[in-house]
Design a protein around this ligand. Structure first.
Ligand SMILES: Cc1cc2nc3c(=O)[nH]c(=O)nc-3n(C[C@H](O)[C@H](O)[C@H](O)COP(=O)(O)OP(=O)(O)OC[C@H]3O[C@@H](n4cnc5c(N)ncnc54)[C@H](O)[C@@H]3O)c2cc1C
Length: 382
């Protein structure tokens, strides 16, 4: 692996740094709606939203390496996100680029880049999360429409989304369950959709159950061919996965942890120092592993299972850092955010309660361990 940047990549990094220094001047309120509106306009003008998407669909046409540099610098500067349509940018857009008709691209991609509204993702079902390929939500074709009946669960931001990217079963194939899955793009205010928010243990309600009762979806809103939904999903998820931005965010968390150890007067304790050093070492290992995945992608090689190692490592680190921060706070650790002696406005308590997002979302630790065991270590299949 070559760690040095080319002259063009160095120049690009300098351009990003200069832009960030200008936009994020000291004292700027990053949560201010006026500031955010200007920020989104400025990054869109730079073509940094959809950075590696083709220019003909409105993206930046940038390389994977430049994208990693951009994400790293953004995370270091604690910049607001690039674009505001998270799932649209993460996988709906890439799926549209790969499988969408011209009409679908024109209809959806500009709105995703401009963050006009939110998309949500209807994959998981009550009995089919890890075993997604067995999903049961049915779609039956009737003329120019599909009629969808079934249920999804854990659908993040369903209550604020205008569209959902939905996986449905259109046929049964005993030889390969994946062949009967189709991808539909469905407007959330279609008659027959019922969204019921689920409250999480932190008190928030970010995801929901979504029920479909005879929902009619025009065939023109099918993404890819009938029965191609699994392929559409896999392609959509195989975008840049180095995890560089996550590494930066973990490093920032570590800075906070060190500061907390100092504030609580425990920074000199050998056990505390060793624990912090272990966390830092694992974050750096995660960074190097992410760069290995990036190198493979740049070479056009298929993504290996390194991403599962990083998913598992990140989940373990977030849990460990959250727990450790609560331990450092002693008796104030278990108190809820907002209570008087709680450090950093309750940030660590929120982190400790927010583990399901990083641990379960996107694939549980057991599933990652199975992948690592079978595909990296060559152990027998589960
Ligand atoms: C914060 C959050 C946001 C989410 N957002 C979305 C979303 O927007 N859209 C969406 O579709 N889904 C979403 N999900 C759902 C998520 O993808 C699933 O929860 C996840 O895939 C696990 O599926 P499950 O909950 O059905 O658990 P199960 O698959 O039932 O797993 C239960 C337990 O069994 C273990 N297990 C399962 N199979 C195996 C196996 N083969 N070997 C060993 N152990 C196994 C698992 O590791 C787990 O411990 C979200 C989840 C969370 C926590």
């Amino acid at each position: 692996m070559d760690f040095t940047l080319t002259a063009e990549e160095e120049a690009f990094r300098d351009e990003v740094r200069a832009f960030l220094a200008e936009q994020l001047a000291p004292g700027v309120d990053k949560a201010d709606p006026g500031f955010l509106a200007g920020w989104h306009r400025a990054v869109r003008e730079k073509r940094w939203v959809g950075f590696s998407w083709p220019r003909e669909v409105g993206g930046g046409g940038g390389s994977l390496m430049e994208q990693a540099i951009l994400k790293e610098e953004m995370a270091k500067a604690r910049a607001p996100s690039l674009g505001s349509c998270f799932m649209g940018l993460a996988w709906v857009g890439p799926a549209l680029i790969a499988y969408g008709t011209e009409e679908q691209k024109q209809k959806f991609i500009p709105d995703i880049l401009d963050g006009k509204y939110q998309w949500c993702t209807g994959y998981s079902e009550p009995d089919y999360g890890s075993d997604l390929g067995s999903l049961q939500c049915r779609a039956v074709r009737e003329g120019d429409e599909y009629v969808v009946t079934g249920q999804k669960i854990w659908t993040s931001i369903a209550m604020w989304s205008k569209w959902i990217i939905l996986l449905v079963r259109t046929s049964l194939h005993e030889d390969d369950k994946h062949k009967g899955i189709t991808c539909l793009l469905v407007e959330m205010d279609s008659p027959g959709i019922d969204v019921r928010p689920i409250r999480n243990m932190g008190g928030g309600a970010m995801f929901a159950e979504v029920f479909f009762d005879g929902v009619r979806v025009p065939v023109e809103n099918r993404l890819g061919e009938e029965g191609q939904g699994w392929r559409v999903t896999i392609t959509a998820l195989a975008h840049e996965r180095s995890g560089i931005a996550e590494v930066e965010s973990l490093l920032r968390g570590l800075e906070g942890l060190k500061a907390l150890a100092a504030e609580t007067g425990r920074a000199e304790e050998p056990a505390v120092r060793q624990r912090i050093a272990r966390v830092e070492t694992r974050i750096q290992a995660m960074r190097l592993n992410g760069l290995r995945a990036l190198t493979r992608q740049i070479r056009g090689e298929p993504l290996g299972s390194e991403t599962s190692v990083n998913k598992l490592t990140r989940a373990n680190l977030e849990v460990e850092m959250g727990d450790f921060a609560l331990e450092l706070q002693g008796a104030a650790g278990p108190l809820v955010a907002g209570a008087e002696p709680v450090a950093d406005g309750g940030r660590w308590q929120r982190m400790a309660l927010g583990w399901p997002e990083v641990v379960i979302g996107g694939g549980t630790p057991n599933i990652q361990k199975n992948i690592i065991a079978e595909r990296i270590l060559g152990l027998p299949k589960d």
